[in-house]
Write a protein that binds this ligand. Structure first.
Ligand code: NI
Length: 136
């Protein structure tokens, strides 16, 4: 069920918010506010770390360097209960891009993501915390 509520904002802040909504392609303020609230709830989920959640790690590496192909395979087998899927694409003769999907409690999967991103030989690594969507 949808509920309505009023929000009071300074002119300038509302102008900036409207311009942001416009740039991001929102057709109305309500959907933008819903997303802000959902993001805040997901942040809280990650800070507490006790509920099951999901996240994605994206990495780029040269598979010839530092035994990277073997290292990434070993690491993913070591955490097979939390790594539920991965996608590997060969960008050229040397470079690979890999997307690794994690599922588990934030306090379990954050350290796995950190260890993947900080592995020697990873040229680019980024972790995106997400959600199971159950609580939002
Ligand atoms: Ni490859």
């Amino acid at each position: 069920m949808l509920k309505r509520f009023g929000v009071s904002l300074e002119d300038d802040l509302l102008d900036q918010f409207d311009s942001l909504c416009d740039k991001q392609g929102y057709t109305n303020r309500s959907e933008a506010i819903r997303d802000l609230i959902r993001n805040a709830l997901i942040n809280k989920e990650w800070l507490e770390g006790t509920e099951e959640t999901t996240g994605v790690v994206m990495i780029v590496y040269d598979h010839h360097q530092y035994h990277m192909a073997q290292k990434m395979t070993n690491l993913q087998h070591e955490h097979f209960t939390n790594i539920i899927a991965s996608l590997h694409s060969h960008l050229d003769h040397h470079n690979c891009v890999e997307i690794i999907l994690l599922r588990g409690k934030a306090k379990e999967i954050q350290p796995i993501a950190d260890s993947i991103v900080s592995t020697k030989g990873v040229k680019y690594g980024h972790f995106i915390p997400a959600t199971t969507g159950k609580f939002i």
